[in-house]
Each structure stands twice: as C-alpha cells, then as structure tokens.
Design a protein around this ligand. Sequence first.
Ligand code: ZN
Length: 100
Amino acid sequence: MTDRIPMAPHDFGDRCDALAYKWGLSLTSGDRTIKRNAAVGGNPNSVHLLQGMARDYVPDNPANAADVMGDARRLGLWSVYHDKGSGKHLHFQAIPPLSS
Ligand SMILES: [Zn+2]
C-alpha cells in the first residue's frame, strides 16, 4: 500500500525542478536510450528508459540527502540515495519501484 500515486512526466519534472532549486541538486541523468542505459550499467528495466519518469541528481551537500528524500516523498516522488553507475546520487522517479 502506498500514499503516493504515479504522476505525469510534466508534474514529475516540475517537482524535481523545485527540489533541485531548494536543495542545490545537480542533474546528472534523465531520459536514457537503451544503449546509454546499458553503458552506464542501468537496470535493463530502468525507469530512466520511460520518457520523463526518472532523474538522478548529486546534492551539493550530501548531508542533506535524507532531508531531500523526505521532501521528495511529501511531493509524491519515490527516491533512493545510492552509489551506482556515475557514483553516489539521488534517484527520483514518478512511479513506484518495480517489484522483482
Ligand atoms: Zn536513476
């Protein structure tokens, strides 16, 4: 059960932009082609393959990551702070994680 619902790409983008401005986040990845996704070691089912549904950011201050994620959740986003591909980054997406 979740208190969040999937959102349209433009809503997701607006919320990411607001978080980036508020917290000082630099965009490092967004939409990916299948080729690019494979090159950066992305999951074959990555949400980055769905246009406008996932973005990665590096925070100016890593100590803020947990607070950024709390803010993202309040905005209805799903997020994770992990060290994959391009290094440690915040991943935001507009839909729930795929269960595997
Ligand atoms: Zn990502």
